[in-house]
Structures are given as structure tokens and as C-alpha cells.
Write a protein that binds this ligand. Structure first.
Ligand SMILES: Cc1cc2nc3c(=O)[nH]c(=O)nc-3n(C[C@H](O)[C@H](O)[C@H](O)COP(=O)(O)OP(=O)(O)OC[C@H]3O[C@@H](n4cnc5c(N)ncnc54)[C@H](O)[C@@H]3O)c2cc1C
Length: 563
């Protein structure tokens, strides 16, 4: 593993690496499975999109744009059903300048402030400016955003200086956007969706991506050759015991691009959401930030409101501040959680405005007009990812990345609430556009030397991957969580390297094994980046280096597989 830190010389420009680290003996091998491109089932397409969240769906639609040079045929693969994505779960909304009182300058300034000095200003400006048009397009395609007096209703979230969050069906914004895009995709004869297809590895030749090897639930191993590949595999919340993310979010895209030799960036920045439901046995369902935007307050186990002691914006402080404050207050009071108080809301309004949360609370016998909602922070969003440029291009030719899997430079060291759906929409479009406007290479023209890759047989015993996965998630939560410190980070690194020794040399034949290998790989990369960043910035808080150190760390941390 080679880590290099790229200095923010004049904010957008990346300098030469300033630090190198020698490769580790536990590097994953190039492919997780044996590859034989002659005897494996094969498909061909002009553009392959891996992932069917907001970024992948939007990219696919754009790649088939009939006005473009190429008029591509697109295959979208997703590892579960088309509904299994972070996008489908998104509640609060999508941030954009849709109100006359608001301005691009203000949204840009809020995003840059939250990013703590390492966002890419050009990217921020470009994303913010493209937002309104793309949201209006969603409306034209049938998305039913909530309206007030015929205009899109806007709400406030922490870190935004004005109400700027558009929402749909109350707190079901992600589902409404996903359904709109899925419908558009279904109507498009040039897009084919393959569900239950697990992308295992990117195939490359001379630093050019030519396709993937994957596993189709019904057909087994399969190769898909493609002139262009768009990676939109989403985040990695499942690396942590406590997470808002669905089971699909195991960081596969990050791990496979690492194995393929792409540059990854800013992996130390994992955002924790301050308020997820804390009821034993329940999944950590998110309780959207817009609740606090609309007046919900946080109380500790003694019933005291405490946020004002930590930040002047109280409950509307940035997410990292609220998450750390909750953790500190839990420690102070010896409690496992704090509470959200919405008892002062009008119950009928609450049920209409937050239908998903109402139903969730009711299912645990929490009557929000009388009871407090128990909450604690959980891993929520992967800020780092595959390094991309303004065109969503990665460091590997013909490979684009967008959405949560990418590191575009929009979020810097912290993500402003509701900016991720926006980023997926904008960069999905950009990735698709660049594919559709690219040179007229089609599936038939991809140069393909046969690939044969054989992995030596491992005599190691059978593995319980579910046990490794659970142990890893607990370790990551304990040692690589909201606050970090050198010693626990190093301890986690050592333990994961030990697990890697016997997990990584196995050849698995189903997604559970590949996910486990990917999760170990990405966890280790996060730890290495977290150790390297010996300062506190945005969501990365080092209790042994609690200050921000601009002199040494106003820069990105890039990771490239040691070759
Ligand atoms: C509970 C929750 C609430 C949120 N609320 C908001 C909000 O209000 N506003 C906001 O802006 N953001 C919100 N977010 C974040 C936002 O939803 C995500 O960042 C965004 O939807 C990511 O979109 P994406 O297209 O990049 O990835 P996803 O939507 O996660 O889609 C990833 C796709 O990749 C596929 N995939 C992954 N690995 C593989 C593989 N190996 N092979 C094949 N397919 C694969 C998955 O099956 C899936 O189809 C929320 C997130 C969660 C979890």
C-alpha cells in the first residue's frame, strides 16, 4: 500500500506526493477469483454501469442520450434488487438553490465552510450551479417533490444558512427520486438492468478498464466486456457495527478499484450521523436531521438539553460536532444513548411530514407526542473514495466513478447534509455525458487479450465469514469510530492484518466471501489514512491531535496499491 499526501497548493491543484509508505505483505491479490476469459460466459456492451442508486441510474440515462455521438447501449448491474441502495433510504432531501431568496454563492460558501479547507472550490461551484436544472428535470420526469403554494417546499438542515432542502413524500425523498429514475430507465430500450449480479473485479489491461468479472445469481461467473465502465457502487457503512446503511454498502467498488490500481482519496473521512434510533434489536434507522431543522431538541439521559454547551448553533451544528457532543454526553452521564424530543410537534403534522419516522417509532411503541426517541450516532456516509476529476474520470482509462463511491472534492473533510444526492445526480450526469460524447468505441472494438489468472490452492480451514464480518464491524466501531487515536488505530491495523492472512488467500464462490474480503481491504485503507492524518479536521477527529494543522495537513491523502 502506498500512501501519498497531495498538498492543496492553490486549493484545486494537487502537488507531488509528499509522503511514501512501503508496500505491505498483506496486499490483496489482483483478482479475488480465478479468471479465464476464454471459458467464462461473456456479455458485451458499450457502457457498463455498476450500481443502481441515484448516480448509476442518472449516468445510464445520460449515456444513452440520443443527441450524443455514440448512442450507447448500457447494461446496469446491481448486487441486490434495484431498490437495494442507500439512495432508496435517503430521507431528508436534496440540497439546491431553488428559492429566489437563496443564492449559489451562499450554497457554495456553506459547502466550503463545512468541508474545512480541503474541498475543491471549482467542483463545489459547478455542482451547486447544476443542481436546480437537474432537480427541475426530475420534476419533469415525474418526481413528486413536496410543494407549498405551487413551489417546491424548502426546509433547513444543519450547516445550511437558509432553508434549501427539497423533499418528497415527507421523509421518503430517496425512494421518490429512485422510483422516478428507475421508471425512466425501464422506458429506455437501450438500457438493460441485471439485478442480483455481484461485480467482483474490474478487468484491466495496460491501465485501461475493459470490463468486469462478476457473479450472476442464476448463471454463475460471467464476464462483461465494455468500452466504458461507470462505477457507482455507493458507500461502505457496513464496515461499522452501528450504521444507517443497508447491507449492500460494503465498499466493494473502493476495494475493486484499489486492486485494479486506481488512486483512492480521503478515506479517513467517514461521516457519522448523530441521530439514529437506538432500540435493542432494531436496525439503526436514521432519524433525519430535518427534524432538528424543524425544532426537535436533544436531551441527555437526565432530561437536560446539552447541545448549547458544545456549539452556538446547538442542535443545528455540523454533524461531526453533534455526533461528538452526543458521545461526550453519553460518557458524562454513563448512558448508551441520548434522546430526541419532538413532543412539542403537532402530532398530525408530524405524521404527515415524517411518515417513515412515525411508522418506525410506532412499531416500537414510541408515541412521539408523549415519549422521547432514544438515539445515538452511527456510521453514515463515506466521504472518501475513488479519486475523480471534473469529468468523473478516474486514474484508470475508460473507468469513471460517481456518487458515494467517488471522491470528487465536493465534500472536503465533511459533507453538508443533503449534498450527497445532489452530488450523485450531478456527477452521474457528468459521467454518462462523457461516455456518450466520447469517441465511437463500441463493445465490438474493445481490445481484449485473453486473461488467465490462477490462484494457488489454499489449505487453510473453512471460514465462518459472518463471524469475521461481525468481529470486523465491532472492531471498526470501537477503534476507528467517531474519535480516533494512534494506539487503537494501530491495534486495529494489526488485528485486521492477522485476519487478512487467512481470509485473503481463499477463493470464495459467493458474494458473502467477496464482501468479507472487500470489507477487510477497505477497513485497512481507512485505518492507514486515519493514522497518516495526524490532526483533526471535519469528520476525522484524533483525540491525540485535537487541533487542525493547516501547515502539514491542508491536503488530501491518496492511496495507491504498491506495485
Ligand atoms: C438512511 C440514509 C439516509 C440518507 N439521507 C440522505 C438525505 O436525506 N440526503 C442526501 O443527500 N443523502 C442522504 N443519504 C446519503 C445518500 O443516500 C447516498 O450518499 C446516495 O444515495 C448514494 O448514491 P449512490 O448512487 O452513490 O449509491 P447507492 O444509492 O448506495 O447505490 C449503490 C448501488 O451499487 C450497487 N453495488 C454495490 N456494490 C456492488 C457490487 N459489488 N456489484 C454490483 N452492484 C453493487 C448496489 O446494489 C446499489 O445498486 C442517506 C443515506 C442513508 C443510508
Amino acid at each position: 500500500m502506498l500512501i501519498s499526501s497531495s498538498v492543496m497548493a492553490n486549493k484545486e491543484k494537487l502537488d507531488q506526493p509528499s509522503h511514501k509508505e512501503e508496500g505491505s505483505p498483506a496486499e490483496p491479490r489482483r483478482y479475488l477469483v480465478n479468471v479465464d476469459s476464454i471459458s467464462t460466459n461473456q456479455l458485451f456492451t458499450d457502457c457498463l454501469v455498476i450500481g443502481a442508486g441515484i448516480a448509476g441510474l442518472r449516468a445510464a440515462i445520460e449515456a444513452t442520450d440520443p443527441r450524443s455521438n455514440r448512442g450507447c447501449n448500457v447494461i446496469i448491474v446491481c448486487k441486490g434488487t434495484i431498490q437495494d441502495s442507500n439512495t432508496w433510504q435517503a430521507q431528508g432531501g436534496i440540497a439546491s438553490v431553488l428559492d429566489k431568496e437563496d443564492s449559489f454563492e451562499s450554497h457554495t460558501a456553506d459547502t466550503l465552510t463545512t468541508g474545512c479547507g480541503i474541498s475543491n472550490k471549482k467542483i463545489v461551484e459547478s455542482v451547486v450551479r447544476q443542481g436546480p436544472e437537474l432537480i427541475k428535470q426530475l420534476l419533469q420526469w415525474g418526481a413528486t417533490f413536496d410543494l407549498i403554494d405551487g413551489h417546491i417546499a424548502m426546509t433547513l438542515e444543519g450547516g445550511h444558512s437558509r432553508p434549501r432542502i427539497a423533499h418528497a413524500h415527507g421523509d421518503e425523498t430517496g425512494r421518490v427520486i429512485a422510483e422516478t429514475l428507475i421508471e425512466k430507465v425501464r422506458q429506455n430500450p437501450n438500457i438493460k438492468v441485471i439485478e442480483n449480479f455481484f461485480a467482483i473485479d474490474l478487468l484491466t489491461e495496460d491501465n485501461k478498464c475493459t470490463g468486469i468479472i462478476g457473479y450472476d445469481k442464476h448463471r454463475g461467473l460471467q464476464i462483461i466486456w465494455s468500452a466504458d465502465i461507470i462505477l457507482a457502487t455507493g458507500g461502505a457503512g457496513q464496515l461499522y457495527r452501528e450504521t444507517t446503511n443497508p447491507e449492500t454498502a460494503t465498499g466493494d467498488g473502493i476495494a475493486m478499484t484499489y486492486r485494479a490500481g486506481a488512486i483512492l482519496r480521503d478515506l479517513e473521512f467517514v461521516q457519522f450521523h448523530p441521530t439514529t434510533l437506538y432500540v435493542a434489536g432494531a436496525s439503526r434507522a436514521l432519524i433525519t436531521e430535518t427534524l432538528r431543522g424543524e425544532g426537535a431538541v436533544l436531551l441527555d439521559s437526565n432530561g437536560r438539553r446539552f447541545m448549547k454547551e458544545y456549539h452556538e448553533a446547538a442542535e443545528l451544528a455540523p454533524r461531526d460536532v453533534v455526533s461528538r457532543a452526543i458521545l461526550a454526553q453519553m460518557l458524562k452521564t454513563g448512558s448508551t444513548h441520548v434522546y430526541l424530543d419532538v413532543r412539542h410537534f403537532d402530532k398530525a403534522y408530524f405524521t404527515k411530514r415524517f411518515p417513515m419516522i412515525s411508522e418506525l417509532c410506532e412499531s416500537f411503541n414510541i408515541d412521539v407526542s408523549r415519549n422521547l426517541i432514544p438515539v445515538r450516532p452511527s456510521a453514515h456516509y463515506m466521504i472518501g473514495g475513488v479519486n475523480t476529476d471534473m469529468k468523473a474520470a478516474t486514474s484508470i482509462k475508460n473507468l469513471y466513478a460517481c456518487g458515494e463511491a467517488a471522491s470528487t472534492g465536493l465534500h472536503g473533510a465533511n459533507r453538508l447534509g443533503s449534498n450527497s444526492l445532489l452530488e450523485g445526480l450531478v456527477f452521474g450526469k457528468i459521467a454518462g455525458q462523457n461516455v456518450s460524447q466520447g469517441t465511437k468505441t463500441t463493445a465490438a472494438h474493445i481490445r481484449r487479450s485473453p486473461i488467465r489468472y490462477r490462484i494457488p490452492h489454499s489449505d487453510r480451514t473453512r471460514l465462518d465469514t459472518a463471524d469475521v464480518r461481525n468481529s470486523l464491524r465491532a472492531l471498526m466501531w470501537r477503534n476507528v469510530g467517531i474519535t480516533r487515536k494512534a494506539q487503537p488505530l494501530k491495534e486495529a491495523e494489526e488485528i485486521i492484518r492477522f485476519w487478512q492472512r487467512y481470509v485473503m488467500d481463499k477463493v470464495f464462490d459467493s458474494p458473502a466471501g467477496w464482501e468479507c474480503q472487500n470489507m477487510l481491504t477497505v477497513s485497512l485503507l481507512i485505518i492507514r489514512a486515519a493514522l497518516e492524518r495526524a490532526e483533526s479536521r471535519g469528520v476525522h477527529f484524533r483525540s491525540d491531535f485535537p487541533e487542525t494543522d493547516d501547515e502539514h495537513f491542508k491536503k488530501h491523502i491518496e492511496i495507491l496499491k504498491g506495485v
